[in-house]
Design a binder for this molecule. Sequence first.
Ligand code: AHG
Ligand code: MN
Ligand code: MN
Length: 329
Amino acid sequence: MIPTQTLTRFVLQEEHKHPQSTGELSTLLTSIGLGVKIISNLVATAGLKGLHGYSGRTNVQGEDTYKLDDEADSVLVDILGASGHFGSLVSEERDGAIEAGEGSENAKYVVAFDPLDGSSNIGSNIPVGTIFTIFRTKTPGKASAEDFMQPGTNVVAAGYSVYGSMTSFVYSCGHGVHGFTLDPSIGEFVLTEENIRIPEQGNIYSANEGYWDIWDTRMQEFMTSLRSKNNKLGGAYTSRYVGSLVADFDRTMRKGGIFLHPANQKRERGKLRLLYECIPLAFIMEQAGGRAIDESMNVLDINPEGIHDRCPFVVGGKREIEYFESFFG
Ligand code: AHG
Ligand code: MN
Ligand code: MN
């Protein structure tokens, strides 16, 4: 019988490779894993529990939130609070940073997350997910929003889950990207891929072409080229767009190609959020051998100025990103 490699066992084995580890990061990662399992169940049964639809609340982004956005947010805040190992939390659904509870004032880490990504797809059985980023606090003592003002090159760990035909959990601590699949028969995430790598070049592009008229002309020219049989990538690409970042990103990393949610005339810094969407996925993509830019610089080199900053996001294989840069150089 091949021993089942679960997320908990894998995280602990990784911890034991680093003698100075205190186990706090492992506790955070396994706590997030538990939160994701609970959210997976909420997503799967939302229709039965009347949890589809809007919550009636508007978040700091000015977006109407869904009931599941709030439910997923509460699950992660409760579980991470119970872990006692975070100094501060940032959630897409909360205006400000959440202070640590009693007893974790000196925690080493802060966590930012998008509790439910792709909310507009809720109710139509299209995959949604959760995205998280973990940083070390910048200074000892009580953490605050200031501890999140650091570039993605400082990320300690990042990951995401996709609630789809299966529930997957993908994360990296800077030593490769590892994928787990929830086995409902044992209620555990089981390791199903180690060191996921993006293909050098793919043939899929992923963007919401409804923005065409308000895109930069260089973006229009790049997209026109992607659809041409005579482009410098060896021929026309095919289009796939789910509208859930986690699903479009996961497919891009596994099959190759490029995902783009660039700036447009209405949003000069784009729509996606830097801290809990772009930085964690840029970290994962670089660990998988790909790249992520904001049209001109590496996403991981951007210094956040606010916890809800937005960021143009172009992510994928090295070959496609280089080709994109040749239009924006
Ligand atoms: P969220 O549901 O967390 O607000 O994120 C939605 C994001 C992302 O999931 C997706 O890639 C993007 O919004 C889709 O944006 P468009 O509707 O502009 O294509
Ligand atoms: Mn999102
Ligand atoms: Mn969200």
